[in-house]
Design a protein around this ligand. Structure first.
Ligand SMILES: C[S@@+](CC[C@H](N)C(=O)[O-])C[C@H]1O[C@@H](n2cnc3c(N)ncnc32)[C@H](O)[C@@H]1O
Length: 245
């Protein structure tokens, strides 16, 4: 039986992410831009682009970007920024992807897919999209992500126009669940409340180089794209599409 992915990032959580969670994409951007230098002038495909927090750094550096995401609310926030040389599409991995000279993505996008088999299909789609010699640079949550947060207490964060309370659980060693309650301004001094439950499938990062070699991707697992420090359990998958022959 095929698993269905939940609809993640409705408008309120998308806005909270955009306003309050930009630090990760900003921290990863310099390292990713460095990795993209060999394909400058080509097309960069950004998977799970969200509201465009990394996209705008890619565009500002002069890259031609095709940005895809499964959340229409996230894409609406991206489109509102009218970024130059950015084409955005509503697309749910593991769909067929447009051809590209690089595939990038931050915010552990592949962990949102519902099971390991679907994630494998997404890796295959990425490998097919990448032109020979093309660059891959994404981050993923390893099993360590769940181990490190096994007993994590609930967390509350807020800004001027938003607040979020997150509760965490690990029903299986390879599943990490976040129950998030968001509050955003709804006009007339009122706040609107919404709730989302995100289930992330955690991956065995050490097994990925062997697995991805089967799809023609030569990758290394690392702890950063550049000089940034990633949270415990988040790893980079960086490599190239092996030219045929
Ligand atoms: C944690 S957010 C990161 C967003 C953005 N990359 C950033 O760093 O701000 C994860 C993103 O993955 C997207 N996503 C989840 N499942 C997806 C799928 N199957 N296909 C494409 N995008 C997906 C979500 O809509 C969301 O925008």
């Amino acid at each position: 039986m095929r698993s269905m992915q939940m609809a993640y990032y409705r408008s309120d959580l998308a806005l909270v992410h955009h306003l309050g969670f930009g630090a990760h994409a900003r921290a990863c951007a310099p390292g990713i831009l460095q990795l993209l230098e060999p394909v400058r002038g080509g097309t960069v495909l950004e998977v799970g682009c969200g509201s465009g927090l990394l996209t705008r750094e890619l565009a500002a550096a002069g890259h031609k970007v095709v940005a895809v995401d499964a959340s229409s609310a996230m894409l609406a926030l991206l489109s509102a920024q009218e970024l130059p040389d950015v084409e955005a599409h509503l697309l749910r991995l593991p769909a067929v992807l447009p051809a590209a000279d690089a595939v990038v993505g931050v915010g552990h996008v592949l962990n949102y897919l519902p099971d390991a088999a679907t994630i494998d299909r997404a890796w295959a789609a990425i490998a097919t999209a990448l032109r020979p010699g093309g660059v891959l640079a994404v981050d993923i949550c390893d099993l360590e992500w769940g181990r490190a947060r096994r007993d994590a207490p609930p967390q509350g964060l807020s800004g001027e126009e938003w607040a979020i309370v997150s509760e965490f659980s690990r029903p299986r060693p390879d599943l990490f669940v976040r129950e998030m309650t968001t509050f955003v301004h709804a006009g007339d001094g009122c706040w609107r409340r919404d709730q989302e439950r995100h289930v992330n499938v955690l991956l065995d990062a050490a097994a990925l180089p062997g697995r991805l070699a089967e799809f023609g991707l030569d990758v290394t697992i690392g702890r950063s794209f550049g000089d940034e420090e990633l949270p415990v359990g988040l790893y980079t998958v960086i490599g190239r599409a092996v030219p045929p022959g």
